[in-house]
Design a protein around this ligand. Structure first.
Ligand code: TRP
Length: 357
């Protein structure tokens, strides 16, 4: 008997250790580009393969609809594209749960309860939401759903009890708002149901926000200044050859600038440690004069293709069977729903709205 009591103590007197949980996601509004890859996807794959975390990756189609309500077909198409991009870079459904936000109604239900714990003023003060509202010129007014999306994002994160949320720096206000909601909920219902997440931000500043091929601060589909993971080799070559370099570097013999020169920027970001010497000597030669843009671009193309060719190949392979891809998303969504449903049930119990036992 004593022995059993000891065993029981041993098992339950310490906190039950589960793996830390990662959740992150993307709005599916187009194919993913090399900025997404170097800024986040590559890191997600590394974390997945470390095996230290339970990993959830969500396609935030419902969030995408908050500013694309009238183009659902664009979002629908992007879900397939983004799924292929995920698989192509090495996200592995055997290790990571990949799922679609709209297929988990529990998330919307949790959001509805969270909305009562956040003031309207607080939501409208979110700096990322404010910037987006300024940029998006919502002609007919800001959709209420758009202004509320940080609350739904808090539901995404907390439904899975995520401890870590790897995101870009622009998402820091969402994490902060989620933490506030967690505290407000646990306090209001005198419980510890929800977990306060921590953001994980890009370590490498230059990779965190890759500028466009034209030198614009942002790589994006609408600016037509990106290289996409789905681009074929010819397209990548054409794009690299058209990159913004140094407008004052007219003749090969002229001294050139490397600051603000996208070719060198990308070389710094995509070069591997073994390329460092070569990159350093090219920079020296470029600044001294005597190194032409075509040569630097050819080298960058090699560096990029080393990374992109295998991704492109895998993408094409997965694209042959979209039925399987959607089956993977369905299975992932079913599993994700089972996890979110548990959190929701416990949350409703904490709120006392579990009427039927
Ligand atoms: N807002 C994120 C973006 O625009 C996408 C997103 C939705 C997300 N829900 C999330 C990211 C939950 C992390 C966690 O990129």
């Amino acid at each position: 008997m004593k022995k059993l009591a000891k065993k029981v103590r041993k098992r339950y007197n310490k906190p039950i250790m589960t793996k830390p949980i990662i959740l992150t996601g993307d709005r599916p509004t187009g194919k993913l580009h090399i900025g997404h890859y170097i800024g986040s996807l590559k890191n997600r794959v590394a974390m997945q393969n470390e095996g230290k975390y339970d990993t959830f990756i969500m396609m935030a189609d419902q969030q995408a609809l908050t500013d694309h309500a009238k183009e659902p077909e664009k979002i629908r198409e992007s879900v397939g594209d983004v799924a292929l991009d995920y698989l192509a870079v090495g996200l592995d459904p055997a290790k990571t749960t990949i799922f679609i936000q709209s297929q988990i109604p529990e998330l919307a239900e949790l959001s509805a309860y969270y909305m009562n714990l956040v003031s309207l003023n607080r939501v409208l003060r979110n700096p990322t939401v404010k910037t987006e509202i300024d940029q998006k010129n919502f002609g007919e007014g800001v959709p209420a759903g758009f202004a509320m999306y940080p609350i739904s994002q808090a539901a995404d994160i907390t439904a899975f009890k995520a401890t870590h949320v790897p995101v870009g720096n622009d998402q820091a206000p969402m994490i902060e708002q989620t933490r506030e909601i967690v505290r407000a909920f646990n306090h209001a219902y005198n419980c510890e149901v929800l977990v306060e997440p921590e953001g994980i931000y890009p370590e490498n500043e230059a990779a965190g926000r890759l500028p466009g091929l034209d030198g614009n601060a942002k790589m994006s589909k609408s600016l037509n200044n990106g290289i996409f993971l789905a681009d074929d080799a010819d397209t990548v070559q054409k794009k690299v050859m058209s990159m913004y370099t140094d407008p004052t570097h007219v003749n090969v013999a002229d001294p050139g600038h490397i600051e603000g020169n996208m070719v060198f920027y990308y070389l710094d970001v995509f070069g591997r440690p073994e390329d460092a010497t070569e990159i350093a000597s090219m920079k020296e030669q470029y600044q001294a004069g005597g190194l032409g843009d075509v040569k630097t671009k050819r080298f960058l193309l090699e560096v990029l293709e080393r990374e992109l060719a295998p991704i492109r190949e895998r993408r094409a392979e997965f694209a042959k069977d979209m039925g399987e891809v959607y089956n993977m998303l369905k299975k992932g969504s079913e599993y994700a729903e089972s996890v979110a449903a548990q959190t929701l049930a416990v949350a409703k119990t904490a709120m006392g709205i579990n009427y039927f036992g």
